[in-house]
Design a protein around this ligand. Structure first.
Ligand SMILES: [Zn+2]
Length: 350
């Protein structure tokens, strides 16, 4: 690190969980451990950790909405035409967005259920989440993946944090799955973020998630696709109501393969860790490697959870909603990774 970087450094990057969360789907290919026998592992790992530690991909947020934690690259913005077809503009400006599992609408939906705002069914509750956020002028994002676009009859979207929202909530609210582990991890992350909670509050969240899951009607007609349709409709309404020439809430299409090696949890307001910038930096140092083989990071922006909580729930539920938002990030990690990804946190330097 140059002296200049040191002098200007106003943040701290700390590896808070070197061995990862420690639980998950052992068959998942999203794994740090499983990279170790790959060619160039040591060089790629060293350079990636340097990028994270130096904050080389830490950037200012430049968009109003948000995106998913997903480390894959964006190929374009999805728009819907009158006949319901989705088209992709070839060239779009790439803005820097805060990141949460499934984007803000999905994460805020789990936050509202977590504090007990449970209606008749998931699609309606997701719609109401969008309305609640819009009433506080908060708009959010989502994504699909190229591999899932235009497959007839496919009810998944390529965003597992949306497609498997019920499974992730189940992981956190079933004692025979990861309930105790997820509560413990969430508790330690909240302490790291200085969020104060009363005892028993995390159990109240998992109980509320369980309550929604136990209602057979709740997710019966709700799929990744139906939830994405709700999000599209919400985004169309907020974009139309906005004075901005740009779309202020977008659904992105991501391309390529998952290759996340790290979790980056950011606690600095106004900043995020840019996965596109990390790719660019790695490509410069490893020009001969297939971009799909370069390490990626999942990124979670905690200040965005705080912001969403302000729109999603009443004031007395703020800290519980924040806890539920953090818990959802941990829950989805238990579903899509093998739990071995080292976890870094960015905070303001003391
Ligand atoms: Zn996603």
């Amino acid at each position: 690190m140059s002296n200049e970087t040191l002098r200007e450094k106003e943040f701290e990057a700390v590896e808070i969980l070197p061995k990862g969360f420690g639980y998950g789907d052992s068959d998942s290919s999203i794994s740090y451990e499983k990279q170790k026998n790959k060619e160039f592992f040591e060089a790629l790992d060293a350079r990636s950790r340097e990028i994270i530690a130096n904050g080389e991909a830490l950037v200012d947020i430049t968009a109003l909405d948000d995106g998913c934690v997903d480390g894959r690259q964006t190929v374009g913005i999805v728009v819907r035409t009158e006949d319901g077809q989705e088209v992709l503009p070839i060239h779009v400006p790439n803005k820097e967005r805060p990141k949460l599992a499934g984007g803000g609408y999905i994460t805020a939906f789990t936050m509202r259920i977590g504090v007990g705002y449970i209606g008749a069914d998931a699609n309606t509750d997701l719609k109401d989440t969008g309305l609640a956020l819009a009433s506080k002028k908060i708009v959010a994002g989502a994504h699909i993946a190229s591999s899932h676009n235009h497959i007839p009859g496919d009810v998944s979207t390529g965003c597992k944090a949306n497609d498997e929202v019920d499974i992730a909530m189940d992981n956190a609210s079933d004692a025979s799955k990861f309930e105790a582990e997820i509560i413990e991890t969430t508790d330690s992350l909240l302490k790291a973020a200085s969020v104060e909670l009363e005892d028993g509050n995390l159990e109240r969240i998992t109980n509320n998630w369980r309550k929604a899951l136990n209602n057979e009607e709740y997710f019966k007609n709700s799929t990744g696709k139906s939830r994405l349709d709700v999000i599209f409709a919400t985004q169309e309404a907020v974009n139309e109501a906005s004075d901005s020439e740009d779309q202020i809430a977008v659904t992105k299409e991501l391309i390529g393969e998952h290759n996340e090696w790290y979790f980056v949890i950011n606690l600095i307001p106004g900043k995020t860790f840019s996965q596109a910038k990390m790719l660019k930096l790695l490509q410069a140092d490893f020009p001969d490697l297939d971009p799909n083989d370069l390490p990626q990071a999942f990124v979670v922006d905690v200040p965005r959870i705080v912001e969403l909580a302000g729109g999603a729930v009443d004031d007395e539920e703020l800290s519980s909603a924040i806890a539920a938002g953090v818990m959802y990030q941990v829950s989805i990690a238990s579903e899509i990774t093998d739990g071995t990804l080292p976890v870094y946190a960015y905070g303001l330097a003391a």
